[in-house]
Design a protein around this ligand. Sequence first.
Ligand code: S3P
Length: 169
Amino acid sequence: MGNVILIGFMGCGKSSVGVKLSYRLRKAVIDTDKEIEKEEQRSISDIFAAEGEAYFRDKETECLRRLIETADNKIISVGGGLPMRDVNRELMHKLGQVVYLRAKPETVYERLKHDTTRPLLRGDNPQEKIKTLMAQREQNYEKAADVIVDVDGKEFEKIVNEIERQIQR
Ligand code: S3P
């Protein structure tokens, strides 16, 4: 289907890399969080607050199923928790090549320390939350990935170059 799917922890740069990569590869970019917000006509934070996390996770799977029917030759950046469900990893493999943007917890914290849009990182000690959640997720990101790019300390330009070099065209 010619799609490239970007996965990785919150704040690893999926959205920004997605936009830059879309210029480079001349593919339009789709973001599952934005698709869900559009469909639900409310923000991710509002969805979590009103319906809870499980509802949002079902929306992610529905969104992937829709993309299987419609997305062709696109860059698709997905929410940080989406690759945790087995079914979502299967769906991503059907959709295209999966690229994992791997970031250290320190990188994520630096990028998100003033962010208010990630419900899972709210509250006391976000640094600890990032570390714990990342440790729980790492294996699934690696399992899902066809290509892994380490992003720490790298300009977006360099990250995009590395992705371009490693994906199948
Ligand atoms: C989440 C990541 C967010 C968003 C939601 C949950 C997660 O997307 O889907 O807040 O569980 O890691 P980003 O990875 O784009 O921040």
